[in-house]
Design a protein around this ligand. Sequence first.
Ligand code: DAH
Length: 344
Amino acid sequence: MQDKIKSLIAEVEIFTASTKEQLEEFRLKYLSKKGILTDLFAEMKNIQPDQRKSFGQMVNELKIKAEEKLSKFQSALEDASESAPDAGLDLTLPSEPNPLGSRHPISLTRNRILDIFKRIGFTVADGPEIEDDWHNFTALNFPENHPARDMQDTFFIEHRDGSDSIALRTHTSSVQVRIMETTKPPIRILAPGRVYRNEAISARAHCFFHQVEGLYIDEGVSFADMKQTLLYFSQEMFGSDTKIRLRPSYFPFTEPSAEMDVTCSICKGKGCNVCKYTGWLEIMGCGMVDPNVLKNCKIDPDKYTGYAFGMGIERIAMLLYNVKDLRLFSENDVRFLEQFKAEA
Ligand code: DAH
């Protein structure tokens, strides 16, 4: 009998369980009410009194070893199931959304403007935002005492030598000069970029904003060419039923100069609060490049003529997306920017 218990102890000692089922089988075999230990304890009364003590000790040893094994594997199997790769995971749940970035409405609008002009042969040119007096003003035929040179409009940058002939460009027309100085006509370029003006920030004005400048110089370029090009642009941008009108205006660098209006894209010319009940919206300045400007850039005004135009990207974006406050474009509020998600 004692040998039998010894072999049971040995059996318990080498027992391992890798599943809960194996462990339960072990528990039923040794420790349950109908298990081996219950039988052995019941057997006690049949043992000779002088052997009862050692028999009891051995049965107890078997019981303790079996209980130890049970609790050791219970906790091991418990830990393993918690740290298993799929513990507590519901693999049928939808995955976390992967948020896509969005383009800024100013970039979207700029790209649309560029695309429309690229289709008729314009290419994109670039120039510096920190500009000298010559390219921003003098070459563009600004008289010496023109108010636009005034401290109120221009952010001058003081030189180390105390002079203030460097400034943040106030318009992208400066790029016209740089291109004309370095390129032989025909010239057909667009210059998009950021410009700076010393203005109080409000819903309608900012100290920096964006413009797209256009320039076309060749032999025999006429005002009619300009008008047709700008009509094409306006209809591509705001819809094929859009009309334009040119009102006489003044810019130092164009002669004649005009301001161009398009029929209000919001009320279709009927009158609303965006167009102030006029049915028209002003979107750009334009004109024939002044012969003085051509001369300043070493282009022969007797041989070449050309037109130029300049528009504010914010202004167009406000009309396109019905945005009422210019400041939204530079505040980087994701609640605003997220609304432009769907566009490429
Ligand atoms: N530079 C002008 C401005 O900032 C816009 C402009 C008007 C550009 C007429 C031109 C032009 O090229 O011909 O207000």
